[in-house]
Design a protein around this ligand. Structure first.
Ligand code: PGA
Length: 253
């Protein structure tokens, strides 16, 4: 049985005061939630402050990115172990903004994923096609390649430590959500690829989140799909009431 996992990706948003307030509201208002795993990914500089707010609760802390090296001359970067020391148990890897705004390649993402698994910092590995790729009928080719390249040299055991997030690039921050059917079709394809690479048991147990303009009024239909096991939420995770309303919907399903 896969437990829904809903994660707020705060991206480069909020002040310190707002971040602490939001984390506090999520912690207190989600105390009775039993059927959903809840995560939040603040900007790096707020991670320790947010950790102090949520520690002792069931809210999970994640980073939005890490580097694959343990240290060295990498100005502006953060190593996985540092995120872990600051209280993170998860990290988003290969988000489309990292791929398309900051030029991260499948090969770099593969190195990061390996590093994270080796230090037990669980990756949320993002894949997703651009609009022109979807329109050209290449969605499965693109997703299959991102998965195989990102998970190159992974054992089934290591792959089983990951969460996958399917985030069509054209749906992120645009207000355009994939329909539940469109999303589920890709999720089922992802599970098929994982099953071929790592076996049906590992693939069947892996949580595959959907991301891209998820909000309170569309989360239910998405989560009711067979292969959609949660959500990676950007914009709608920045306000306590909308994030909590999605958590409560998921908890009730
Ligand atoms: P969005 O972002 O919910 O604002 O579309 C999702 C994401 O990028 O993870």
């Amino acid at each position: 049985m896969r437990k829904p996992f809903i994660v707020g990706n705060w991206k480069m948003n909020l002040s310190l005061k707002e971040a602490v307030q939001l984390a506090g509201d999520i912690k207190s208002e989600s105390a009775g939630v039993k059927n959903v795993d809840i995560g939040i990914c603040p900007p790096f500089v707020f991670i320790s402050s947010v950790y102090d707010v949520i520690k002792g609760s069931s809210v999970i802390l994640g980073a939005q990115n890490v580097h694959d090296e343990d240290g060295g001359a990498f100005t502006g970067e953060v190593a996985g172990f540092m995120a872990k020391e600051a209280g993170c148990t998860y990290v988003i890897i290969g988000h489309s903004e990292r791929r398309h705004v900051f030029g991260e390649t499948d090969e770099f993402i593969n190195r990061k994923l390996k590093k994270c698994v080796s230090i037990e910092l669980a990756p949320i590995f993002c894949v997703g096609e651009k609009l022109e790729q979807r329109e050209a009928g290449k969605t499965n080719d693109v997703i299959g390649e991102q998965l195989r390249n990102g998970l190159k040299d992974f054992t089934a055991d290591a792959a089983g430590k990951l969460v996958i997030a399917y985030e069509p690039v054209w749906a992120i921050g645009t207000g355009k959500t994939a329909t539940p059917d469109q999303a589920n079709e890709v999720h089922a394809f992802i599970r098929d690829v994982l099953s071929t690479e790592f076996g049906a048991k590992v693939a069947g147990d892996m949580v595959i989140q959907y991301g891209g303009s998820v909000k309170p009024d569309n989360i239910k239909e998405l989560l009711l799909q067979n292969d959609i096991d949660g959500a990676l939420v950007g914009g709608a995770s920045l306000k306590a009431d909308s994030f909590l309303s999605m958590i409560k919907t998921a908890d009730s399903l």
